[in-house]
Design a protein around this ligand. Structure first.
Ligand code: RET
Length: 251
């Protein structure tokens, strides 16, 4: 594990550190790309190292948290380069990242629930379906493949469907009988999907519904998306880490 990390950084860091021009002091969005890139790397190291602190059944959860921030770190290296070098919005890199990391977040839900209920599998499929609709239409709207407002509306429907599944569905009923730690993990993850995820459609609206995705709108879009990724990948992992550590010391 640690060898893999070392290898990845040995290959990745020199090639990207040298690329592009200097970061301008006035390029707020570029600076936010830079900060989030570093934070993703730090979070990845943290989650992998912290696996040692938790009991066996929580280790996989921390591994997945580290994979999420690790995949994001990889994409942020490129997204930062695209933005700093060209000033363009790195839509394709962004959505490739989301296409990998959002399903992994659904895997986290599955892992927490699978330990205590039999509905975890069917819940996972519904959440995965909802997130693919959300991301698929979001991408088509941003890439100019369909009407931005219509794409937004269908993407919103996918997200609202997921919220409905989490609040009214079988998962909520199933965790009632689980341990307090599992309950608090489930509730915290619901909060992230409802409150944390709400930042993303705000970013989309700022970029494409209030404007045309150019200049100032592109800046707002990327700034909000970068903030959202920071909250939803790093904070999300920390919530799981916190529960895992608490639960492990009780055992
Ligand atoms: C690590 C990346 C994450 C958690 C990405 C989450 C992305 C979303 C919640 C995107 C949501 C969108 C809508 C709800 C409407 C359509 C536009 C999107 C794709 C930005």
């Amino acid at each position: 594990m640690k060898l893999l990390l070392l290898l990845t950084s040995a290959i990745a860091l020199p090639s990207f550190a040298a690329g592009g021009g200097d970061l301008s002091i006035t390029d707020t969005v570029g600076i936010s790309f830079w900060l989030v890139t570093a934070a993703m790397l730090a979070a990845t190291v943290f989650f992998f190292v912290e696996r040692d602190q938790v009991s066996a059944k929580w280790k996989t959860s921390l591994t997945v948290a580290g994979l999420i921030t690790g995949i994001a770190f990889w994409h942020y290296l490129y997204m930062r380069g695209v933005w700093v070098d060209t000033g363009a919005t790195p839509t394709v890199f962004r959505y490739i990242d989301w296409l990998l990391t959002v399903p992994l977040q659904m895997v986290e839900f599955y892992l927490i629930l699978a330990a205590c209920t039999s509905v975890a599998g069917s819940l996972f499929k519904k959440l995965l379906g909802g997130s693919l609709v959300m991301l698929g239409f979001g991408f088509m709207g941003e890439a100019g493949m369909m009407n931005v407002t219509l794409a937004f509306a269908i993407g919103m429907a996918g997200w609202l469907y997921m919220i409905q599944v989490l609040y009214m569905g079988e998962g909520k009923a199933a965790v009632k009988t689980a341990s307090p730690a599992v309950n608090s993990a489930y509730n915290a993850m619901m909060m992230i999907i409802v409150v944390g995820w709400a930042i993303y459609p705000l970013g989309y609206a700022a970029g494409y519904l209030m404007g045309d995705g150019s200049n100032i709108y592109a800046q707002n879009l990327n700034l909000v998306y970068n903030l959202a990724d920071f909250v939803n990948k790093i904070l999300f992992g920390l919530v799981i880490w916190h529960v895992a550590v608490k639960e492990s010391s009780n055992a």
